[in-house]
Design a protein around this ligand. Structure first.
Ligand code: NA7
Length: 537
């Protein structure tokens, strides 16, 4: 019978993994964190492309539990740039001396549940290919929601004479100045990279499949009075976050669209546009933009009107104007539509002129045009949610892998944190966790994990058994998620949220749309029922 080498293995050194390690160490558990990256940061380690930034107010893109740091850590603008988030996470790690329990440049390759000894047998691989093994009582996967990049399958790709890079694999040596650049993809990442590079490159062509709705971010430097106000009101601010749906620190409207006089609605949209932020625009003015078609069309039309006012060339404006509902992850920008007024920036609508092939000189479209390029940037997104798990072989009871568990119904879990047949495995932001601002969501799930492990340790001490969520509890949660998503226009609009962005991927609900407050209440229910959703085995 094997003994666990450690109590907890945390996989992933992003916002979530760092807090997991901090928490379990605080509980007195021997904990090791591994990450295949050479430093901490997760998403913010990998996504170093020009223009990468958060669209959460800076005062909330922080851990709520370090009150001292909240008040003292410096930030300059309303939103944090990638390098600033990375520096913050580095600082938290050093401040709490977490690095000594980390093994970086080390990947989790496989984990197998050992039924005889109730431990996870884990295989790790270092950067230089060296394999090592350990056993752990608890396995925490903080792998990130969006961490497996998608590379489009375009004929001729290897023939390109210039450089090709995915935004999630950007490296500092990539030259952009005076280069001819093509960007494929205009999601949250694409609009950031296009806006930023438009000012620096010789030419930029956006190869756009589906145009996006975006509103101004409203980013600007903060002033000392603002910072003072934030510092003095942090308790109230966090209280607002825990009691909100989105966790973005914005006042969420309770006002149905139909209850507002038609002439006033435009004014509401205009005020939101002036204030900035995509989540504010979608959720701050009316309560039903994502559920009521009329409200959604009005919001969409408002943005369409803005596009036609901002973009001077009517043909370019037409190409940039979305046709589907305003029901994907809301975007905001620092001058995205404006940058298409520049001489050096153009858009190719792939609907009208699809890509034929990548050729040595650049990209050839179906109309026979060859767009000469030095650099092709794939801003083509990620295999979200289960993509991070599909790289790893996680085998639970009876030889069943995670992929077996998800084969028929798509990725499921209980509240984003636990799966039947996988005892003592606790996922962070697993399938059907909240669709909300990630840092506060992470905090709630880490606290949930903490409670679960406390409970599991008690069970172990008392009976030597392990805890495992029941299949019934998972099924009930999946059904609850489906019920809540009913009527959401997000469901009718193709995006990574449902898996539409990866060919062959199962189209399924991958999130809980009930909001952070309701999710917190669901956690309370689990705790007050003494973890009745979990059986001891
Ligand atoms: P997204 O939001 O999935 O956007 C990916 C973009 O790439 C989107 O415009 C796609 O077009 C486009 N795409 C993907 N594959 C292709 C191919 N083969 N050809 C042309 N265009 C393609 O990913 P992001 O990285 O922008 O953002 C993901 C999240 O990360 C974001 O929400 C933030 O929370 C952080 P489509 O719209 O599918 O037609």
């Amino acid at each position: 019978m094997k003994q666990a080498t450690i109590d907890v293995l945390v996989v992933g050194a992003g916002f979530g993994g760092i807090y997991e390690l901090y928490s379990f160490r605080e509980m007195g558990l021997s904990t090791l964190l591994v990450d295949k990256a050479s430093n901490v940061g997760g998403t913010w380690f990998w996504n170093t492309y020009p223009g990468a930034m958060s669209d959460t107010e800076s005062y909330l893109y922080q851990y709520s539990w370090d009150k001292d740091l909240l008040r003292t850590y410096p930030w300059k603008n309303h939103y944090l740039k990638q390098a600033e988030v990375l520096a913050y996470l580095d600082h938290v790690v050093d401040k709490n001396d977490l690095r000594k329990d980390m093994r970086l440049s080390t990947e989790l390759v496989a984990a197998t549940w050992d039924e005889d000894s109730n431990v996870w047998l884990v295989q790790l691989q270092s950067e230089d290919g060296e394999i090592s093994h350990l056993s752990t009582r608890y396995l925490i996967t903080a792998l990130g929601l969006l961490s497996t990049p998608i590379y489009p399958d375009i004929p001729g790709l290897p023939s390109f004479g210039g450089r090709i890079v995915h935004t999630a694999a950007w490296t500092p040596d990539i030259e952009v100045k005076n280069k001819r650049v093509g960007v494929i993809g205009c999601g949250s990442t694409g609009i950031q990279v296009i806006t930023e590079l438009s000012k620096k490159v010789a030419s930029l062509v956006s190869f756009q499949r589906r145009p996006q709705y975006s509103v101004p971010s409203g980013d600007k430097p903060i002033n000392p009075e603002y910072r003072k106000w934030v510092n003095e009101n942090y308790d109230q601010i966090w209280n607002g976050v825990w009691n909100s749906n989105t966790g973005f620190g914005i006042p969420e409207s309770q006002v149905p669209f139909a209850s507002v006089a038609p002439e006033k609605r435009e004014q509401v949209f205009e005020e939101l546009w002036q204030q900035g932020n995509g989540f504010r625009f979608m959720f701050g003015g009316f309560s039903d933009i994502t559920t009521n078609k009329e409200a959604n069309e009005a919001a969409a039309q408002f943005i369409k009107n803005k596009i036609s006012q901002i973009v001077k060339d009517p043909e370019t404006a037409r190409k940039l104007t979305p046709k589907d509902a305003y029901a994907r992850r809301p975007l905001c920008d620092g001058g995205y539509y404006q940058c298409f007024n520049r001489e050096n920036v153009s858009v190719v609508s792939l609907d009208e002129t699809p890509i034929k092939a990548i050729v040595p000189e650049g990209i050839e479209t179906m109309d026979g045009t060859i767009h000469d390029l030095d650099l092709i940037i794939f801003a083509t997104g990620f295999d979200a949610v289960e993509g991070s798990y599909n790289r790893i072989r996680i085998q639970g009871r009876n030889g069943r892998t995670l992929q077996d568990h998800w084969a028929t119904q798509g990725p499921t879990s209980f509240m984003g944190v636990a799966l039947p047949g996988f005892p003592n495995l606790f996922t962070l932001m697993g399938p059907q966790g909240p669709f909300s601002n990630n840092p506060p969501c992470i905090e709630l799930e880490v606290m949930f994990h903490r409670g679960l492990i406390e409970y599991a340790e008690k069970v172990r001490r008392e009976s030597g058994q392990v805890v495992e969520v029941t299949p019934e509890a998972e099924a009930a949660w999946v059904e609850h998620c489906e019920q809540i998503a009913e009527g959401s226009l997000f469901k009718e609009t193709a995006s990574w949220i449902f898996g539409n962005n990866v060919s062959g991927k199962q189209i399924a609900l991958r999130f809980y749309f009930g909001g952070l407050k309701a999710y917190r209440q669901e956690i309370d229910k689990v705790v007050t029922s003494r973890y009745s959703a979990f059986q001891t085995v």
